[in-house]
Design a binder for this molecule. Structure first.
Ligand SMILES: [Zn+2]
Length: 97
């Protein structure tokens, strides 16, 4: 009747650290190495996985998480079109005199 306490192998990060790093992890403010350890821990520790998911949900609902502002696509194309148009109008020297 022994309960399964923890994984077979000990990850390099503890449940306590998961709690400490949960916010930073969700904000992607952690290094690659730590992120890997956290992800590994979450994969084998249901408790921490639930904890992080709950925090993510709460943050989502509250709206703390800032939405990334997307750069408008095709800005490069716009610039090329502008240059082509300027050339046609004679605003840009085209090498011909
Ligand atoms: Zn854990």
């Amino acid at each position: 009747m022994a309960q399964e306490e923890g994984p077979a192998f000990v990850p390099e990060i503890t449940c306590q650290e998961i709690v400490q790093w949960a916010s930073a992890y969700l904000d992607e403010h952690v290094g690659d190495e730590r992120k890997r350890h956290i992800a590994l821990h979450l994969a084998i520790c249901a408790g921490c996985e639930t904890y992080v998911k709950q925090i993510a949900t709460v943050r989502d609902v509250v709206g703390i998480l800032p939405k990334a502002i997307e750069q408008p696509p095709g800005s490069q194309r716009l610039r090329q079109a502008f240059v082509a148009r300027a050339r046609r109008l004679g605003l840009v020297a085209d090498g011909r005199g």
